[in-house]
Design a protein around this ligand. Sequence first.
Ligand code: UTP
Ligand code: MN
Length: 601
Amino acid sequence: MASDRVALIKQVKDANDIVDVVGGYVSLRAAGPTFKGLCPFHDDHRPSFDVDPRRQRYRCWSCGKYGDVITFVQEHGRVDFREALELLARRAGITLEKMGANRQNPGRALMLDIVKWAGEQYHRCLLDSPLAEAARKYLGERQLSGETIRRFGLGFAPPTGEWLVQRAAAAGLSDPILEEVGLIAQRQEGNGHYDRFRDRVMFPIRDPRGQTVGFGGRILPSSPLSAKGPKYYNSAATPLFNKSEVLYGLDQAKQAGQAAGYLAVVEGYTDVLMAHQMGVSQVVATMGTALNARHVQHLRRVIPKVVLVFDADAGGKTGVDRALEIFVSQEVDLAIATLPEGLDPCDLLVQQGPELFRAALAGAVNALEFKLNHVLGEANADVEAKRRAVDSVLGVIALAPEMPGHAGAVKRELVVSRIAHRLGLKEETLWARLKELRRRDAQTRKRGDAANVSESPRPDRAEPREALAPRCEKELLTVLLADPALVSEAAREIAPEEIEHPGLRQILESLYRIQEIGETPDFDHLRPLIDNPRLGECALGMQETGRQMQDRPAALRQLINEFRKRRLQAKKQELQDQLHAEADHTQAVELLRQLQNQTVG
Ligand code: UTP
Ligand code: MN
């Protein structure tokens, strides 16, 4: 099924020449082998926008935007990948029957039915089955009530391995569709399927209308499987469910949000459950990603004010900067609430009851004020410190995408005037500096090409933007994106956890996952799994670079070696640290022996 989708993507791309499509929005002029025009993505005064018919790619030499015909429609029309594909298919007269995205498509309804069916199985299992004894005990220890469990439809997936597979067979359901929604997978060796969720508490993820579209599964802490997999695990990204835009609990939080005048956003499933259980129901959670523009679109449909809940430490500086970026670039009022150090909302609620949490929400501070308080607190009266403070605020604003139209202009004016007031500076001075910073950003991006991941992508987890991707990590992805046949070899040798750069790690994980389900791990399969357009751009750039490489298999072998050395180096460091900390002589000798056996070339 998924390969049909990929064939369709290719068909749609082949049927839509990039010059025709872009030419519909931007006036283009032939210039040698390419076409040039004014860039539609920034305020362009001379033609910096280049469309290459041979490679079917566009690139702006000034603002750095880069992509193919689908990304163009995505960015230009501010629509998601699926909508862009639909638009282009319609433009080329291709019927969408095969596409899971099509609302009339029976595939979608079928998937919804399957997910709902599975949710009921897991739920009943949790409530009644002897297999779920440990799960019931765990949820009891976490003080989640029976009512909460029923209201959110929590369930349990037993550890046996074929529990769901067998129930599906008994119910006469077909395997491929269960596979498509990511509940079961094909065995590597031999035939047959196995359950992907084993020994996990199941959290149904529902759309705003309350239909289950996917699951999050938490491993039981007592499970023998807990050492192997991640703590939480999601069902597959499907046309129903995209983990980077879904908000857990939104269906249950809508009314309370309207009554409270805002929706509060926390990080975890359990935070949402406990808040609702204690009567604070205007709470939803993102799913392991930082709040992004698409979340905001969903939230705004309920109420245009959002309170982002941070732990005192966890939110950190990058979290605040991201929040500010969203505040200035989206039509939303965004405030930040801070919790006492080290406690997530669930812990806080269980330990202290709802009052402190309510107080934290009530005391939320607008994202801009929050940032200003923060930088001014650091700056004091020192002139240079204050100048840096100005840059630290304006720097975030300069990087934020501009909100279009008059609403955008109004918001920018308000923001700048507020900063001027708080910092005691003239507005003109701030506008000038802002312009300067914007120009500098555009230049930096122009210099680094799209493959230079150190500055272009903004990984979803708040991570320092300047986090440099180590060269070998970048090269690994460059090779793999250009040569999907090499992915299986890489998967045997290099674990995703070894990748430090969060964006690259996400790409590698996705490639492995595609490979695991038996599809070709190429860019077209990858794209639906990465939500961050800059990361997509960057993957495309790396693919391009990789295609120009000479001997990719040899390059991969070389890289596998480098990763091996990195591992050994880390191991050696660890042993050395232990050795320094070791008081016992015989232990120390043993460590020393191990250390000498480590050969780090
Ligand atoms: P946390 O690690 O804070 O989990 O991750 P939690 O919600 O407090 O869960 P408990 O209390 O340990 O049971 C916060 C969120 O990040 C995502 C999940 O959405 C989780 O709710 N996450 C976390 C994952 O997707 N995968 C993981 O392995 C861990
Ligand atoms: Mn927790």
